[in-house]
Design a protein around this ligand. Structure first.
Ligand code: PMP
Length: 386
């Protein structure tokens, strides 16, 4: 039955289909061993000091957090080369992205986004009633920055950019961001989602802090969910000019991050730095090894700058993901992004990756390549566009 009174914008949104959890797969398929490589989480975390910090903060859970977030803002400002007044804290990067929508998009406003990118940008834009213009990806499956630049008009209000891009793992030429910032109208903003930045060589990424301090209409969105290994603690942040930070804080709920997340975030930035760097290095070397192995299996792999790998398969991705799921491996099929035969797989531990590679090899060996596997086309495995 339809709900009367819902805003049409709400009806225009697509329901979020989350990636399957280990518990769900165990319940449905009764498998002993399950490897979750569908949500780009960090397999080596939580790191010891952040775990300890959360344990000791639990006893304060009856108290609201201190909303000045002074300590963590100082730490992040030091790392990013900006002032604490340039940092806003949020419930995950998602909280920051939602705040961007509330701040900058009104009904009928024009919003630009790449055709294959993190799904939340489109949903937030729809909810706010935006007119969405999608820019097709280029043939290397990267964001087409020239195409985006060409689509900017006097009506443009927001441009969503993801770098490295989810799901393709590509980065754009760092100089191309400036060329977009230089031509957008005064009332248009670029939201640069850098959830996976810690996995990319710094020289491959634009100098967000310099551009922000120069006064460009740019907001960088970051998260503790990936390299810092705190996806379940829900902590993210934004970097922007001080007046934008004030606006973001105004539209957000007052207690915009929880005590456990903040305690863990401070610990990971101070005491867990070595453990975190070691884990990132392991992820990077496994990313290269798994990419090579996939290549040796004859599959086309897009060079990744993130903690996941996007590759082409000879089969329909939904079906292949279904077969992998039955073997205990959760991956993300990319049909929802228009890549019918592509899979995104998170880089796990060496053991998890080997389990995935073996399952994939068996699946490809035993299946025909006509795209008519046992799983009916369109049946959902975990086909969300996140
Ligand atoms: N941005 C991108 C590009 C992501 O892939 C994700 C998570 N999958 C997020 C933002 C949301 O991250 P968080 O857990 O910090 O809300």
């Amino acid at each position: 039955m339809t709900v009367k009174g819902l805003r049409p914008e709400v009806l225009s949104m697509e329901t979020y289909v989350p990636g399957k959890t280990v518990e769900e797969v165990r319940r449905e398929l009764g498998l002993q061993k399950i490897v979750k490589l569908g949500s780009n989480e960090n397999p080596y975390a939580p790191f010891p000091a952040s775990l300890e910090a959360m344990r000791s903060e639990v006893g304060n859970a009856n108290r609201y957090p201190d909303i000045a977030f002074e300590e963590i803002k100082e730490l992040l400002a030091g790392i990013q080369g900006v002032g604490p007044e340039n940092i806003a804290i949020s419930h995950g990067a998602e909280g920051m992205l939602q705040a961007m929508g509330k701040c900058f998009i009104g009904p009928g406003d024009e919003v630009l986004l790449p055709s294959a990118t993190y799904g939340l940008y489109k949903e937030i834009s729809r909810l706010m009633g935006a007119r969405i213009i999608e820019i097709p990806m280029d043939d290397r499956r990267s964001i087409d920055m020239e195409g985006l630049r060409g689509a900017v008009s006097g009506r443009t209000r927001l441009i969503w950019l993801c770098n490295p891009n989810n799901p393709t793992g590509t980065v754009f030429d760092p100089g191309s961001l400036g060329s977009i910032l230089d031509i957008i109208p005064d009332c248009a903003w670029v939201v640069l989602d850098e959830a996976y930045a810690e996995f990319a060589p710094p020289e491959d990424l634009p100098d967000r802090s310099r551009l922000i301090l120069e006064g460009k209409n740019l907001i960088s969105v970051r998260t503790f969910s990936k390299a810092y290994g705190l996806a379940g603690a829900r902590l993210g942040y934004g970097i922007a000019r001080e007046e934008v930070i004030t606006a973001m804080d105004t539209v957000s709920e007052p207690f915009n991050a929880n005590r456990l997340g903040i305690a863990a975030g401070v610990a990971v930035l101070t005491k867990d730095r070595e453990a975190c760097e070691r884990a990132t290095l392991l992820i990077l070397s496994e990313r290269e090894r798994v990419s090579r192995q996939l290549g040796m299996m004859g599959l086309e792999v897009v060079p990744s700058r993130a903690n996941f790998i996007f590759f082409e398969t000879p089969r329909l991705a939904d079906e292949l993901a279904g077969d992998l799921l039955r073997r205990g491996v959760i991956v993300r099929p990319c049909g929802g992004w228009g890549y019918e035969r592509s899979i995104r797989v998170t880089v796990g531990t060496e053991e998890e990756n080997n389990f995935f590679l073996e399952a994939l090899e068996e699946t490809l060996k035993t299946s025909d390549t006509a795209g008519s596997g046992p799983m009916a086309r369109g049946e959902d495995t975990n086909g969300s566009i996140r």
